[in-house]
Ligand binder design. Structure first.
Ligand code: FES
Ligand SMILES: [Fe+2]
Length: 353
């Protein structure tokens, strides 16, 4: 089950997690990676393994833009080349650390762990709503004990809000099974999965201020754009009922990006920009982050751990699960992922043959 799409950009860290000084260690796609910034502030990503005796380089020392291994003192530059061996005039030619292309964008550090020749920054998914300071974009990191594809399943199917999240963001339907007027569509377009959930004539206050005055019935929608392997953007908007379905300004845009840690554990980078409660400064922001983190840690995270435990080493679809109508977006995602994995396997096979 340790299947990863390699030729893709993944979020390695939130920008704020990798400071000016420290060496930041994180396991990504089951490989140890050390991230840091040069003195100029540019992010660097290296395999976190000294080529001598395999010490973690992240436990070493920063010497300017270089890392000195804590075990026997080999020194490496941001390009992975050994710049100094205490034991020889010339460092051994084979003492090279693998490097990974890394790009800072949308308040996140994106890493490419496949063929570096294919690492085109234009392929980084668009989360540009995170660039607009006026909408106080926030991004944070949590983890869950489950395969990365469970993250896609969870986020591409939001009916669970009305069951799993009844005490927080989803408790407003008396009978969650009854969704009169709710329309859901999902389709594949240029390798992306696009879904729309439309609720008309909603008569309950929104969890957050959605741009419509309290007490006024409204139509709300959530457009989800999924980009392989596991990047999702939710665009959420509302208008008074009967005034048309799309406005230029959503009240909230969310980013959800999953990166495998191992076959059975994942990093989850989540964030959003908003048009409400913009005053109040960092305290309000921290409350929002704690609110969303709490929901995930108490509700989604344990659910994914349970599912992983039930699945063991198998793939979900191999276990022949029941498919419900609202699973269509998640199933389309699984199909595109399977296709991408098969393409990469075919390329490797062709190269070897
Ligand atoms: S393990 Fe790094 S120098 Fe020996
Ligand atoms: Fe959830």
């Amino acid at each position: 089950m340790a299947d990863y799409i390699l030729n893709a950009w993944y979020v390695a860290a939130c920008s704020h997690e990798v400071g000016a000084e420290a060496l930041f260690a994180r396991r990504l796609l089951d490989r140890p990676v050390v991230l840091y910034r040069t003195e100029a502030g540019d992010p660097v990503a290296l395999l976190d393994r000294c080529p001598h005796r395999f010490a973690y380089l992240s436990k070493g020392r920063r010497i300017g833009d270089q890392i000195e291994c804590i075990y026997h003192g080999l020194r490496f530059g941001p390009d992975g080349a050994c710049t100094r061996s205490p034991y020889q005039k010339t460092p051994p030619a084979r003492a090279i650390v693998e490097t990974f292309p890394v790009v800072e964008r949308h308040r996140m550090l994106w890493i490419w762990m496949g063929d570096p020749a294919l690492a085109d920054p234009a392929l980084i998914p668009d989360h540009s709503h995170m660039d607009n300071d006026a909408e106080r974009p926030l991004v944070w990191h949590v983890k869950f004990d489950g395969n990365w594809q469970l993250g896609n399943d969870n986020l591409m199917e939001l009916t669970h809000l009305f069951w799993l999240h009844t005490s927080t963001i989803g408790g407003w339907k008396e009978d969650a099974g009854q969704t009169p007027g709710e329309k859901y569509t999902a389709r594949v377009e240029n390798g992306k999965v696009l879904s729309r959930t439309l609720n008309t004539d909603v008569r309950r206050p929104s969890t957050f201020f959605n741009g419509v005055a309290n007490g006024v019935p409204y139509d709300s929608w959530n457009d989800t754009e999924w980009v392989a392997p596991a990047n999702m953007k939710f665009t959420m908007g509302a208008v008074p009922t009967g005034t048309g379905h799309i406005v230029e300004t959503p009240y909230m845009v969310q980013s959800h990006c999953i990166t495998p840690e191992t076959a059975t554990s994942s990093h989850y980078f989540s964030g959003f920009s908003r048009i409400f409660q913009l005053e109040g400064g960092p305290e309000v922001d921290e409350r929002f982050v704690a609110f969303f983190k709490g929901i995930f840690d108490r509700e989604d995270g344990p659910m994914m751990a349970d599912i992983q435990e039930q699945m063991g080493d198998a793939d979900l679809l191999d276990l022949d699960p029941v498919i419900l109508p609202r699973d269509s977006g998640a199933i389309l995602v699984r199909r595109v992922v399977a296709q991408r994995l098969a393409e990469e396997t075919a390329q490797v096979t062709a190269r070897v043959a």
